[in-house]
Design a binder for this molecule. Structure first.
Ligand SMILES: CC(C)(COP(=O)(O)OP(=O)(O)OC[C@H]1O[C@@H](n2cnc3c(N)ncnc32)[C@H](O)[C@@H]1OP(=O)(O)O)[C@@H](O)C(=O)NCCC(=O)NCCS
Length: 381
């Protein structure tokens, strides 16, 4: 029996259920293709910047030079955090960076002049602030918990370079900044994944943009979604040497454990985003004199090759963890990295939901007891 009277087939996990139309992102899971607003992910990863991609997602097409200049200037000008939010970060600084991020993004709503304004213009202004301030929260938190002061943003740096600068206190070399820029582009949007769906569900009640984004951050935290890159790096460290990969993976598979960084709800072939992170992981490993991590990753991928026939292949997070690790990003900041990249996508999804809103409210089939006699408290055994 359903909550309502009509019996319906159950679609657990909403697998293969199409909930609406979108003009944001095309994912072809069989062919391994991904495009944002019609532009192939490989062109964007090779030629674009994260700032351009955010503009593309919100405005529907790539910016021309003057549009990009204005947009980028607005992002750079919005980076500084309200003092009250830094205070909140200090108070919760012992928590996991994802919990701090969720709390601080929620606190941003209290300081945003447009929180309750649902107009498109206000949503774009809030979108710029959320995209610029999410990396600022992650970096400020890491400095505070390391006993250091948060750094003022450098308006001369791109969003990716400024993130690394405010995290480490040193201006990054162009290769490091570009590796993060590409990582953010690859994570910017990905259809109706769990966090974007959580954002849409929240937005569909006509709750504000900050609430929708906070719901998305909560959904992203889990290891079945954003937590995979952190888990991959733990696995790589557990394996320790490339020669051990085959035996460790075989042991885990025998115990029925999922191997992190593999498998995807939509892709049946290799995730098209993986190749860009694989290249960065290889290049950075060689440049930094630490090629072992890449060799272990390659050995894991070889050990997992038999599962490719069942549609289980490498996903974007498999190599991302190694890139973060080589750039000195702490392991518990890997999921927040995903949130920094996905922020423009969440915002675009919410704005798209509101263009033609309908409340998202599925049904559950009831299977519990019925018609029980109510026993007053004093008579219960
Ligand atoms: C992403 C994920 C949740 C998708 O789950 P899903 O849609 O239910 O997966 P599929 O339906 O494609 O799984 C098909 C089969 O492969 C197995 N499989 C899927 N991912 C696997 C993995 N990472 N390691 C080992 N086996 C895996 C499943 O258990 C299933 O086996 P079964 O048919 O014997 O039950 C899952 O692959 C996973 O947990 N991966 C690891 C976490 C991760 O990397 N997440 C980041 C995603 S970007």
């Amino acid at each position: 029996m359903t909550e309502s009277t009509t019996a319906q087939p159950i679609a657990r996990g909403l697998k293969n259920v199409v909930i609406d139309k979108t003009a944001l992102c095309l994912i072809d899971g069989e062919a391994g293709r991904l495009a944002y607003r019609g532009y192939d992910i490989h062109d964007l990863a090779e030629q674009s910047s994260f700032e351009e991609v955010a503009y593309l997602l919100w405005h529907g097409d790539l910016p021309n030079a003057s549009q990009l200049e204005r947009f980028d200037a607005a992002l750079r000008a919005a980076r500084a955090l309200p003092e009250g939010v830094i205070e909140v970060i200090r108070r919760v600084s012992a928590a996991h960076p994802m919990d701090v991020l969720r709390t601080a993004v929620s606190a941003l709503a209290a300081f945003d002049p447009d929180t309750g304004d649902m107009s498109e213009e206000a949503n774009l202004r809030k979108g710029i602030r959320l995209t610029a301030q999410t990396p600022a929260i992650v970096a400020a938190h890491h400095r505070i918990r390391s006993g250091e002061q948060p750094l003022a943003p450098d308006p001369g740096l791109s969003l990716a370079a400024n993130f690394l600068y405010t995290l480490h206190g040193q201006r990054p070399d162009p290769e490091a900044a570009r590796a993060i820029d590409v990582d953010l582009i690859l994570h910017a949007e990905h259809g109706s994944n769990a966090s974007a769906f959580a954002a849409r569900v929240t937005a569909s009640t006509l709750a504000d943009l900050h609430s929708a984004v906070v719901a998305a951050i909560g959904a992203l935290k889990g290891p079945r979604h954003g937590g995979a890159a952190e888990a991959v790096m733990k696995l790589v460290q557990e394996i320790g040497e490339p020669e051990r990969a085959e035996a460790v993976i075989a042991g885990k598979r025998e115990r029925g454990e999922k191997i992190m960084g593999f498998g995807h709800r939509v892709y049946r072939v290799e995730d098209p985003r993986a190749r860009h992170m694989r290249e960065r992981a290889r290049e950075l490993g060689e440049k930094m004199g630490q090629p072992k991590w890449f060799r272990i990753l390659t050995a894991i991928q070889d050990a997992m090759a038999p599962l490719a026939d069942r549609g289980v292949n490498v996903n974007v997070d498999f190599y991302a963890g190694a890139v973060y690790y080589l750039l000195g990003i702490p392991e518990d900041v890997f999921v927040p990295m995903f949130a920094i990249g996905r922020m423009p996508g969440w915002i675009a999804q919410v704005m798209e939901q509101w263009q033609d809103n309908t409340l998202i409210r599925p049904l559950l089939e009831y299977e519990g007891p019925q018609n029980l006699e109510y026993v007053p408290l004093e008579r219960r055994l």
